[in-house]
Design a protein around this ligand. Sequence first.
Ligand SMILES: C[S@@+](CC[C@H](N)C(=O)[O-])C[C@H]1O[C@@H](n2cnc3c(N)ncnc32)[C@H](O)[C@@H]1O
Length: 352
Amino acid sequence: MSLRDRLAAQIAAGGPISVAQFMSACLHDPDFGYYATRPAIGEAGDFITAPMVSQMFGELLGVWAAASWELMGQPDEVRLVEMGPGDGTLMGDILKTLRHAPGALDAADVWLVETSAPLRALQADRLGERVQWAQSLTEVPDGVPLILIANELLDCLPARQFVRTAVGWAEQVVGLDADGELAFGLASTPAAGLLPDAAPGQVFEQSPAQAALGAEVGARIAADGGAALLIDYGRAEPGFGDTLQALRRHEKVDPLDRPGEADLTVHADFPAVMAAARAVGASAAFLTQGEFLARMGIGQRAEALVAAAPNRTGVIGRQLTRLIATDEMGELFKVCAIHSPDWTPPAFEDAE
Ligand SMILES: C[S@@+](CC[C@H](N)C(=O)[O-])C[C@H]1O[C@@H](n2cnc3c(N)ncnc32)[C@H](O)[C@@H]1O
């Protein structure tokens, strides 16, 4: 039995499933889900992320965390939380940087929110005793200010897709074709009246799970204080487009091909995430990744690394370009801050 066979049997018995249900199964099915079965991050895996491009990414997030702690008035205790920490590289670089800010490091009670057992094992190898794990943010104790970071988590939360046909909106679903293979199809939807006006052919994505994360983080921060950074590729304005993507061995593949064996993502819907956070009393703003990293001093950090190791000038230059150039990760990736209305986190002074 494979996940494809199990999904085909489920669809044959109960009818087509939504794209969100398909994503959940592919990513999190306890027996066959991508994250449940394989930690496939890194050069040898299916995709690489910013912390793996360069140590500078995590170092600057560490500087941001320390400066946020200062701006909050140096609380005796903060909950330093990373959601979706992958192989632990990012938290490793953050903690290494916080050694230069001992007050912030001492105050930090460090938690990783991770659903994947194989990735938890990698994180434990890398980070050891300093961290604790939770299955969801709800499990992380509240009552003290929060400093939360999540890089490329929003994009793996499930989304529904709607397609505007000549006669109105329909939901994109995963069903079976005449040969019994998984195939996309359309189903009528009660949500039709709630969706925006659009030309036939347009695709509209909606991720209740992304909005729920914005609301959960926002509510926590509205109650306890603090700030969060949600970093991802995604849209800055509400809009249309089919962004469902499957990556295997760094190549785009058909999302329906070998379910559970590829990383499946959609773009982060930052307008929806920020609206959900604001609705529960937090403030929210975003910058492009390039702008955020420039404001945090990535240029100076790159110069310092080059000065310390001139033979790595070319490598460090390429890493810098990858992270901040507008035609690489600098523009498509956004850094969304959700924060207490009482103060503005570093780099976001004039952001909206
Ligand atoms: C694309 S990886 C990003 C890894 C890491 N943040 C980085 O930048 O390298 C997504 C991470 O989110 C985790 N994850 C996926 N869904 C999750 C959920 N609902 N709650 C918590 N973690 C989740 C995955 O197991 C993985 O660690």
